[in-house]
Write a protein that binds this ligand. Structure first.
Ligand SMILES: NC(=O)c1ccc[n+]([C@@H]2O[C@H](COP(=O)([O-])OP(=O)(O)OC[C@H]3O[C@@H](n4cnc5c(N)ncnc54)[C@H](OP(=O)(O)O)[C@@H]3O)[C@@H](O)[C@H]2O)c1
Length: 316
């Protein structure tokens, strides 16, 4: 039986209570994948074989493998985009203090009527607030106003990152954040950072797409039981035309009767990488979450792997 992040049939009461306890094992596993999946990874078939399209993070919480990237969503556009995504079954939302939209993200999620425990909200602490992380965390909590944050990440390495992470660890102990992660940390940065943590990061979000596979980093993180998530999974704004128009991707898409975007996102998932494609277009949003009724062959995966050009589309 398929048991995952269901689309609601009726509005649910708002639940913004802050957690003050460490959640019970049973609750952590509420929508998690089966135990046969190693923590921090998921099987290429996750979501295809009736199992939930979720990853079990290193601390036992479940996270949907597809979320909505909220980077470019603001104001009413943001609220409309999130309500549309929720209606299509999205339950993970990726924002950041830097995006300047935590308030709208929280407002849309409260308006959606989806019970808080069914949602997974990730936000990030920007380096310009690492020195003042406690206040920055409080600001994110206040703006989101959804009781607790599922995952908070350091947005990228910077001065005072250990101090900032320590503040996030205290928030986990206080129950206002559940899981901790990093973003834009590669092998050297992660190796250097891990010994400085008391509560290990469960996820690293980095740029990953067919032109920038970053395989060594992905494998390093997965070996350490750290989930990997792609930002710019479609290549990023300004770069999608090249990737979506790629001949190899197009041929595979036609073979499956899917769009190029779906093939690229499916490739990510089958590489064990979670995705947060950004879109305010309901048609694109629907495509981007309709990924669990087709599967790429190993030859198709290898053909997309071979597109790698080590071509990064942003500076982090
Ligand atoms: N941690 C970091 O440092 C970092 C950095 C950058 C981004 N991020 C995260 O990653 C998320 C994704 O990044 P992104 O939104 O910039 O790039 P992206 O997901 O790679 O691409 C988004 C672009 O693709 C288009 N698109 C989406 N779905 C499509 C589809 N099915 N068919 C055709 N076009 C489609 C969107 O246009 P429409 O709106 O018209 O659909 C938009 O122009 C961000 O929202 C953010 O949450 C994190």
């Amino acid at each position: 039986m398929k048991k995952s992040f269901p689309t609601p049939t009726a509005p649910m009461p708002r639940d913004t209570s802050r957690r003050t306890d460490v959640p019970a094992e049973a609750e952590k596993r509420i929508s998690a994948g089966p135990d046969r999946n190693e923590r921090g990874t998921f099987a290429p078939t996750a979501g295809l074989d009736g199992t939930p399209p979720a990853i079990t993070l290193g601390d036992g919480y479940a996270m949907p493998t597809v979320g909505l990237g909220c980077y470019s969503l603001h104001g009413e556009t943001c609220i409309r985009a999130i309500l549309s995504a929720v209606g299509l079954g999205y339950r993970k939302f990726d924002t950041a203090a830097f995006y300047g939209n935590e308030k709208e993200v929280g407002e849309a999620l409260r308006r959606s009527g989806i019970p808080r425990r069914e949602l997974f909200v990730a936000t990030k602490l920007y380096p310009n607030r690492f020195f003042d992380a406690e206040n920055a965390i409080e600001e994110s909590l206040r703006k989101l106003d959804i009781g607790y944050i599922d995952l908070m990440q350091l947005h990228h390495p910077g001065a005072h990152d250990t101090k900032a992470y320590r503040a996030m660890e205290r928030a986990v102990e206080a129950g206002t954040i559940r899981s901790l992660g990093l973003s834009n940390y590669y092998i050297a940065e992660t190796r250097d950072f891990l010994p400085r943590t008391k509560i290990g990061p469960v996820l690293v979000q980095n740029e990953i797409h067919p032109y920038y596979r970053d395989r060594a980093v992905r494998e390093f993180l997965q070996r350490h039981g750290i989930a990997v998530e792609a930002w710019y999974p479609l290549g990023g704004r300004g770069y999608t035309a090249g990737l979506l128009g790629n001949g190899t991707v197009g041929r595979i898409a036609r073979r499956h009767g899917r769009s190029p975007a779906q093939v690229i996102l499916r490739w990510n998932l089958q590489s064990g990488v979670a995705v947060v494609p950004g879109s305010s277009d309901p048609v694109h949003q629907k495509e981007n979450i309709s990924l669990f009724d087709f599967c790429l062959t190993s030859e198709e995966m290898a053909a997309i792997d071979a597109l790698d050009r080590n071509e990064k589309h942003d500076w982090h």
